[in-house]
Design a protein around this ligand. Structure first.
Ligand SMILES: [Zn+2]
Length: 251
C-alpha cells in the first residue's frame, strides 16, 4: 500500500500536468485549472477515508466541517446577531468534525466498498453536485472538477495495486486485488447503497453535455473541427497506412 505522501505527490504531479494541459489548450481558465489541480490532488487521497486513523479522513471531514460551518453561519446571519451566527457555524463544524466523523469511521471498513471504482464514481458526482449547487460553478467547470476527482481517486487505486507487487522479490503481496476493484462484492448491501447515492447525485448534478459542445468547438485534433470526436475512418486508415510505410522504411 502506498503511503499518504506518495499518494498526494503522484496525484499532484499528474493532475497538475493535466490541468496545465487543459489551461494551454483553452479548455480551462487559470482559476479553473488551479481548481482542477486541487480537485485531482484531493481525489488522490479520497479512497483512504475508509481507514479510521488516516490523514485523508481528517482532511475530508475538516473540509466538510468548514462547508457546514459556512452554510450554518450564512443561514443564521439572516435571523440572528453576528456572534450568534458565528457560534452556530462553530457548532456545525464541531458536529461534522467529531461525532459525524466518528460515526463514519465506525461503519467504514478499510479497503472495503469505499476503496473501489464505484466509490470513485460517487466521489466524482458528489464533487460535481457540490461545485455546482454550493459553489455555483458552471456545469462545465463542475464536471471538470468531478473529472479530476475521478482521475486522482483512480490513480490512488492503481498506485495501491502497484505497491502490492514486489518487483524486487518477484512476488505478489497478500493485498493484491483488494485496491483496484469495481466494488466490494462481499458487501452487496453497501454496494447497492452506493449505487442509490450515485443515482441521487446524478439527478442533482447539472447536465454534462456542455463538455460535448466544448470538445466539438475546440480544434484540439484536426478532425474535431467537423463536430465529431472520432476521426473519419478513411482518415484513420490513411494515417495507419502512412505509419506502417514509415516503419517498414525505417526497418
Ligand atoms: Zn488506499
Amino acid at each position: 500500500m502506498a503511503d499518504f505522501k506518495t499518494h498526494t505527490q503522484v496525484a499532484a504531479v499528474v493532475s497538475g500536468g493535466l490541468a496545465g494541459l487543459a489551461l494551454f489548450s483553452g479548455l480551462a481558465s487559470l482559476p479553473e485549472a488551479l481548481l482542477y489541480w486541487a480537485a485531482g490532488t484531493l481525489g488522490g487521497i479520497l479512497p483512504d477515508i475508509d481507514s479510521d486513523s488516516s490523514m485523508a479522513l481528517r482532511i475530508v471531514f475538516r473540509c466538510f466541517g468548514a462547508m457546514a460551518a459556512a452554510l450554518a453561519a450564512t443561514f443564521a446571519i439572516t435571523l440572528w446577531s453576528v456572534p450568534l451566527a458565528l457560534g452556530l457555524g462553530g457548532l456545525a463544524y464541531l458536529l461534522v468534525r467529531y461525532p459525524l466523523c466518528q460515526l463514519f469511521a465506525h461503519f467504514s471498513v478499510h479497503r472495503g466498498v469505499l476503496h473501489s471504482l464505484l466509490a470513485n464514481l460517487l466521489f466524482t458526482l458528489v464533487a460535481v453536485v457540490l461545485a455546482h449547487r454550493l459553489f455555483h460553478l458552471s456545469p462545465q467547470a463542475a464536471w471538470g472538477v468531478g473529472g479530476f476527482v475521478f482521475i486522482g481517486a483512480t490513480l490512488h487505486l492503481l498506485l495501491d495495486e502497484l505497491y502490492s507487487v514486489d518487483l524486487a522479490g518477484m512476488r505478489i503481496k497478500q493485498s493484491f486485488g483488494t485496491a483496484l476493484k469495481l466494488t466490494d462484492w462481499s458487501a452487496p448491501g453497501w454496494s447497492l447503497l452506493l449505487v442509490l447515492q450515485i443515482a441521487a447525485c446524478w439527478w442533482l448534478a447539472p447536465s454534462p453535455l456542455d463538455w460535448q459542445q466544448v470538445w466539438q468547438q475546440q480544434q484540439i485534433w484536426p478532425w474535431s473541427a467537423g463536430g465529431s470526436l472520432v476521426p473519419p475512418l478513411q482518415e484513420l486508415s490513411e494515417l495507419v497506412l502512412q505509419g506502417w510505410a514509415l516503419l517498414i522504411k525505417g526497418i
